[in-house]
Design a protein around this ligand. Structure first.
Ligand code: T1G
Length: 695
């Protein structure tokens, strides 16, 4: 006889328990209580339980673990689960239509659908460290569970526009001040939330966000255009911000029941678009970059209590600020007192500028600067757990420094170079501890740019990598592991773009045409605008008599870029650029001297010779194992160079274009590019086989 097994108890992530006459509904769905199908089902069952139990007079909804619901389960998008009943719009309406008051007890980050669940509750209490946000716009979406209709009714139109269209969260205090939170809870959240539920259990009628009109009545119709104008630059090229603005506007024009239909229509339009797919892909890509494949499972990070930085220049100062802002003491070393004073002075000035914008307090500035120890000798770094070299980009200089560090640094100290191109293995070989050597390539300005390329030498120890990747998250950087090759990932792809862009100048395109094509594509600036900003003289041999290309010609006459008021462009006293007839003449003279026949160049050719060529280089980086995965390359280009995230990154975009189209375009240009170009075999193979890089 077959033993009849008990049917396993359903392990719903939602549990309920009564405390007096309050029903506590608790979600336990690590890591962030995402509102996946099981959570949605459990919430509805819990609200129905409360309706059917006369002894229940009020409900508290809370979450275990790190945070209140952090949104819909993004991993369900594009799968049937996302449309499995009950969907989130139904769940929030069931909560709001409860006949008994429902209190949201918020800790962590109530984001997206989590914020919408809180909005559907009749009351919201939160601990002071909690945050509320509607970051769907960062996923190419808008709040699709009534959020664009309830939020303006609770916090007002301006605050709702800010939250929905930028996706930036607000803290609990700000949420309390704007009416999103009814009470801030000092102490244990759930007991206080239950006590609050007891207080409101008999209040009638129940306050329903969707029925409120006071915060949206008499909205000035001009507020929407004013908001668009204020944020135009930031939203350039994105679809979702405008859709969010339209949805919030509908809330001021229609009753909830109608407005939510418009919201649904706008949501579905975004969800079906390429931009949302790209931005959701990027959400997971950014997190995947933190994972290093193939390391032993028992690899543990080293302890980093104190950091040393060599070089107090722009990079050394910016790098130091990342650690100081994270509360990690830094000893910064320079060779001369005046350079040291200048460097620490710039750091203080940067912090004070941040404080002036209200993004940190004067105390926090002092706190950060108080963790800084300026010194003039390398020996001062003997007690540092991590030492980052950020000096002149010269291999001999770096090898000399690492040779000295080998004798000064304590055993187990990690020795990192901020080099942006040079060979980490060669630097490591100048020490007796190559396992401790790693590249930490910060992007300028180092205290602002989120990207950190972690360059893995042939002998870099696994725990060194794990330590640096963990430290990156602590200093709010997005780290990507790169192999040892010239330019690692980002700069290596930048090179063919610059080579082709410069050749296109001689062949007939102007700096402004090439830059326009890139800006219209969605880049923050084009190759020549970038050169003028960073400095045309970077990497120049400094010999004005040696003129071998256009760049040399410009540097020789002091046209070093914005810092000199002239580069590829002329600049007025407000640094506004204008095309330069002088530069045009230099280009034409050079073309004549080189015997280059100038011609009309199409925008499409510029795309193919610069962006397609970058994709080809990215494919080579992959096939050589210099990046762990295609999505890592995309993370580098979005965070390091401003590639438009609504296109996902160079490799995602290549898949969207279609690899056969990329190959066809490169074949069209192959002859013009000559020996500067060779096909990646991986690209050719994938195009041939109809495969993709990123999905
Ligand atoms: N869905 C699925 N997985 C998620 C997730 C989500 N919403 N949020 C985080 N994760 C995973 C993440 O992939 C990682 O997995 C782990 O959780 C830890 O994340 C209808 C449509 C909450 C501030 O956009 O901002 O609601 O890598 O490393 O630094 O209107 O996660 O460990 O396998 O980021 O502590 C809107 C997105 C969704 C919030 C925590 N919500 N998440 O940061 O951890 S759309 C969001 C975050 C929506 C509705 C719409 C952050 C966090 P793994 P983490 P963290």
């Amino acid at each position: 006889m077959t033993e009849v097994l008990d049917t396993p108890a359903t392990t719903s992530p939602i549990s309920t328990r009564k405390h007096g006459d309050v029903l506590i509904v608790l979600s336990n769905s690590p890591p962030v209580n995402a509102l996946g199908h099981a959570v949605r089902e459990g919430l509805v069952a819990a609200i129905e339980q409360a309706q059917g139990d006369d002894s229940v007079k009020a409900v508290v909804i809370a979450c275990e673990g790190q945070t209140f619901f952090a949104g819909a389960d993004v991993s369900e998008f594009g799968t049937p689960k996302a449309f499995a009943q009950p969907m989130l719009p139904q769940v929030v309406d069931i909560i709001e239509n409860s006949t008994k008051p429902v209190v949201a007890a918020v800790h962590g980050t109530a984001l997206g659908g989590g914020c919408e669940v809180a909005l559907a509750c009749h009351y919201r209490v939160a601990v002071p460290t909690a945050k509320f946000g509607t970051p769907e716009v960062k996923l190419g979406l808008l709040p699709g569970a009534g959020g664009t209709q309830r939020l303006p009714r609770v916090v007002g139109v301006k605050k709702a526009l800010e939250m929905c269209a930028t996706g930036n969260p607000i803290g609990a205090k700000a949420a309390f001040d704007c009416g999103l939170v009814d009470r801030l809870i000092e102490g244990d959240l759930i007991p206080h939330a239950v006590a609050y539920a007891e207080e409101v259990r008999d209040v009638t009628p129940l306050p329903k966000s969707s029925e409120r009109q006071d915060r949206i009545a008499d909205t000035d119709p001009g507020v929407f255009d004013a908001f668009r104008k204020d944020h135009g630059r930031k939203f350039r090229g994105f679809d979702a911000p405008e859709a969010n603005i339209q949805a919030v506007k509908v809330a001021t024009e229609k009753p909830y029941a109608e407005g939510v239909l418009d919201e649904r229509k706008l949501f579905m339009e975004l969800m079906s678009g390429t931009q949302a797919k790209a931005q959701q892909y990027f959400f997971f890509s950014e997190r995947k970059a933190a994972k290093i494949d193939g390391l032993p499972d028992d690899t543990r990070p080293r302890s980093i209590q104190k950091v040393g930085v060599i070089g107090a220049g722009t990079m050394g100062g910016g790098i130091s600020m990342n650690f100081l802002s994270a509360g990690i003491p830094v000893t910064i070393v320079e060779m001369a007192q005046d350079a040291l004073d200048r460097g620490t002075g710039v750091m203080r000035k940067n912090y004070e500028a941040t404080a002036a914008k209200g993004r940190m307090t004067a105390d926090q500035v002092e706190q950060a600067m108080g963790l800084l120890t300026p010194k003039l000798e390398l020996e001062a770094l003997a007690d540092c757990d991590l030492i980052i070299e950020a000096v002149y980009e010269n291999m001999d200089v770096k090898k000399e420094i690492f040779g000295k560090l080998d004798t000064i640094a304590k055993p187990g100290a990690i020795l990192a170079s901020n080099t942006s191109y040079l060979n980490i293995d060669e630097i490591a070989a100048s020490t007796s501890r190559p396992g401790d050597v790693v590249g930490m390539h910060f992007f300028s300005p180092a205290n602002i740019m989120k990207l950190l390329e972690v360059v893995r030498g042939a002998k870099t120890a696994p725990d060194v990598l794990v330590t640096v990747m963990g430290l990156a998250k602590k200093i709010k950087k997005v780290a990507v592991v790169a192999g040892v090759c010239h330019g690692f990932i980002g700069n290596r792809m930048l090179m063919p773009r610059q080579v082709e862009a410069t050749k296109l100048l001689l062949e007939g395109a102007s700096p402004e045409q090439i830059d326009r094509v890139h800006v219209e594509f969605g880049m923050p600036m084009g190759p020549f605008q970038m050169a003028d900003l960073a400095g045309v003289d970077i990497g120049w041999h400094r010999d004005p008599s040696r003129i071998e290309n256009v760049r040399d010609a410009l540097c020789a006459i002091d046209r070093w870029g914005q810092k000199k008021g002239a580069g590829f462009y002329d600049y007025d006293d407000k640094r506004r650029p204008s095309p330069s007839p002088k530069v045009q003449q230099i280009i034409e003279d050079f073309a004549a001297k080189e015997g280059v026949e100038r011609r009309e160049i199409s925008d499409q050719e510029i795309i193919e010779r610069t962006l397609y060529t970058m994709v080809n280089e990215g494919a080579k980086i992959l096939e050589e194992g210099m990046a762990q995965r295609a999505s890592d390359i995309d993370v580098v280009w979005v965070y390091g160079y401003g590639w438009p995230v609504y296109r996902g990154g160079p490799m995602f975009w290549a898949d969207t274009e279609g690899l056969p189209k990329i190959v066809e375009g490169l074949k069209r240009q192959e002859q013009r590019m000559g020996s500067d170009f060779s096909f990646s075999q991986l690209l050719l193979d994938k195009a041939e086989r109809g495969e993709k890089f990123t999905r």
